[in-house]
Design a protein around this ligand. Sequence first.
Ligand code: PHE
Length: 354
Amino acid sequence: MLEQLEQLFLNFKQALPTLGSSADVLNLKAEYLGKKGSIAQVLKSLKDASPDQRKVLGGRANAVKDEIQTLIVTRLSDLEQEEINRKLASQRIDITLRDSVMAASTNSGGVHPVTLIWHEIEDLFLSMGFEILDGPHVEDEHHNFEALNIPADHPARDMQDTFWFHNPHDQSVDHRHLLRTHTSTVQVRGMSERTPPFRFIAPGKVFRAERTDASHEMVFHQVEGMMVGKDISVSHLIYFMKSILKEIFKREVTIRLRPGFFPFVEPGFELDIHCLICDGKGCSVCKQVGWVELLPCGMVHPNVLTAGGIDPNQYNGYAFGLGLDRLVMMRYGIDDIRHLHSGDLRFVSQFKHY
Ligand code: PHE
């Protein structure tokens, strides 16, 4: 009988490792330790044995029961661990694989080309010691016109079709409001908060009540620039503009200055660049002239310095108003400004993605 018991135990120990699930292990347990299980059968036959045999056999049978119990518990916990490991391996998510996970589940956005060049320009000017200023979109007449040497009856007001806010209670110059027609509004705001020497740019949206076509929009972007100090000259202006354009277009650009009229600069210029598409030979982008008008600029008018609280006898400066949208169009070969505001994802998604 003892042999029978040892044989049972051996059989159990051989069977246990071959079982792959906890259900099978529990069945095996029932087979051996259950009420009608094999060990119980052996113990039943004890009644026919002599008291001595009974003692030995009984002791051994209980020991075997305990061992089987322990082996089963161990096997069950091993199986559970194996199951966890298998799940971990098959359901593994590598959270460091950001792009593949995001690309599979979401549409990552593109960066608008105006924003791209805007940020690039900010970085470039910052690296040359300029501050970045901001100004309100809703402006008063003073900052948009009066302080810039454009009084109410000045014909230059007609150059910029203005969106006015109607305030029937207060029509004074400081309280008539409008959507700023240019970023030059920031000139006086910037000057009155600083003492020379200083230089800053002010990028932002501007608004004009204009009919839209391939090169005109009612909302567009400018980057105002201003440098004030002692003995500032046109050559400073040319130096900074050439440096910026070289960085933006990644090559040396040829520029020229033509006289231009703006009441807030004297002398005023139009800065043109040699057409980068045809290298000055003439093409549809430059309308066959070989030059593209890029930015108006000039030496700050003494009246404007005065309006900004700066003594024009001590200091002077230059200012420019870069048309950001035109620059974006040149850089990416975009032929219609209306694409920029179309909100068309097929357009925007061609540019950089985060
Ligand atoms: N503010 C002018 C415009 O919008 C541009 C400009 C800025 C001209 C600074 C000269 C100096 O047309």
